[in-house]
Design a protein around this ligand. Structure first.
Ligand SMILES: Nc1ncnc2c1ncn2[C@@H]1O[C@H](COP(=O)(O)OP(=O)(O)O)[C@@H](O)[C@H]1O
Ligand SMILES: [Mg+2]
Length: 355
């Protein structure tokens, strides 16, 4: 049985905003789940309901077989880091980190050791005697994180815990969170709107949109097999190429024909005729002298270890192809292209759902 369950979780605020519209999620013990989605899609509200900081309008939260829906946060044994959840201003960094640990009844000596240990690993050793007001926003956030991970609760809940950190610290803390979580095997829900962060941390990425889950799966699956145009747009950078067109049947064969184009691309699989959007990631677009698509280079974007070549094909003015760092292209150069049929995806032209 799964360790943490969200069952038909809903939240409608007093002003009528339907922030969460029925979320079902079963999470295994020790699993690292990342809730990913754009601002306003209901991530924080979902997490707050799991923490007990927000009462659901409907549905249940079950932790380790116990229905905790009506329990207060302190009764749920969860450790959380919320974006704007302040530190105790009258306590030093050390006292802030130790406080929740002490309140669980751990021995004083053990507390000190664990606080020292976490502080050392997180590079907070020099700050222990300071007060929150004497710290930068980024350092405060690291203290909040330390306060959560110094304990081993049943569940960690983290809402954009790295949001205010500088890029280098963010990477370092990301690695720290992942290794700590694996070491302690604490079931975790981590919220972010940063798809790269989600992909690198998660065992399973849960993509949310307008208060609902639109896909839940391992990072590779969400990247390679997005369930809808929405997910496909949200995951990956540079993003997937999208080409509106239709599938036509001719002589027992099926082809994709882009809008306003004569190009016919044989399909790698059976898709029913009708309006569709073809999706292909830049790494599956490749130069091919007898390829079905002709175009000209409009931009060669050097990105260090690879290049994004932007191509105007007439039906797509900015088709992006990923190329090797040494494979420079001149603007205006003619080029013929193919798509790797195995990695070409089709989405319903009306609903955006993957076909
Ligand atoms: N206390 C509240 N009262 C009314 N609406 C709220 C409240 N908190 C959040 N919302 C709304 O609920 C929706 C989801 O918000 P939130 O869960 O914070 O999204 P996210 O964390 O994904 O950015 C948004 O439209 C937001 O404006
Ligand atoms: Mg939020």
């Amino acid at each position: 049985m799964s360790f943490l369950q969200l069952q038909q979780l809903k939240k409608t605020f007093a002003d009528g905003t339907e922030a969460v519209k029925g979320v079902d999620l079963s999470i295994d013990e020790g699993e690292f789940i990342v809730l990913l989605g754009p601002s306003g899609c209901g991530k924080t509200t979902t997490l707050r309901m799991v923490a007990g900081l927000e009462a659901p309008s409907d549905g249940r939260v079950i932790i380790a077989g116990q229905d905790v829906t009506r329990l207060r946060p302190a009764q749920r044994d969860v450790g959380f880091v919320f974006q704007f959840y302040a530190l105790y201003p009258h306590m030093t960094v050390e006292q802030n980190i130790a406080f929740t640990l002490e309140s669980t009844g751990a021995a004083r000596r053990e507390c000190r050791e664990r606080v020292a240990d976490v502080s050392r690993v997180m590079g907070l050793g020099a700050l222990l005697r300071r007060y929150p007001r004497q710290l930068s926003g980024g350092d405060q956030q690291r203290v909040a994180l330390a306060r959560a991970v110094v304990r081993r609760p049943k569940v960690y809940l983290m809402d954009e815990p790295l949001g205010t950190l500088d890029a280098d610290k963010r990477l370092e803390m990301r690695e720290f969170i992942r290794s700590r979580q694996q070491e302690m095997k604490v079931t975790t829900i981590y919220v972010t709107h940063d798809q790269e962060e989600a992909m690198s941390l998660a065992d399973r990425v849960v993509v949310m949109h307008e208060g609902m889950i639109c896909q839940a799966g391992p990072p590779t699956e969400v990247y390679d097999d997005p369930a809808s145009l929405f997910v496909a747009r949200f995951v990956g950078s540079p993003g997937m190429n999208f080409i509106p067109g239709s599938v036509v049947a001719d002589d027992g064969q099926r082809f994709f024909v882009p809008h306003q184009s004569q190009a016919r691309m044989p399909l790698g699989r059976d898709v029913r005729p009708g309006p569709v959007t073809l999706g292909v990631r830049p790494e599956y677009v490749y130069p091919s002298s007898d390829g079905p698509i002709a175009g000209s280079v409009v931009m060669d974007e050097y990105q260090g270890n690879f290049r994004s070549i932007h191509i105007d094909t007439g039906f797509a003015h900015n088709l992006v192809m990923r190329a090797g760092d040494a494979d420079a292209r001149a603007v205006g150069e003619s080029i013929r292209l193919s798509f790797n049929a195995e990695h070409t995806r089709f989405f319903d032209g009306n609903t955006g759902q993957r076909l």
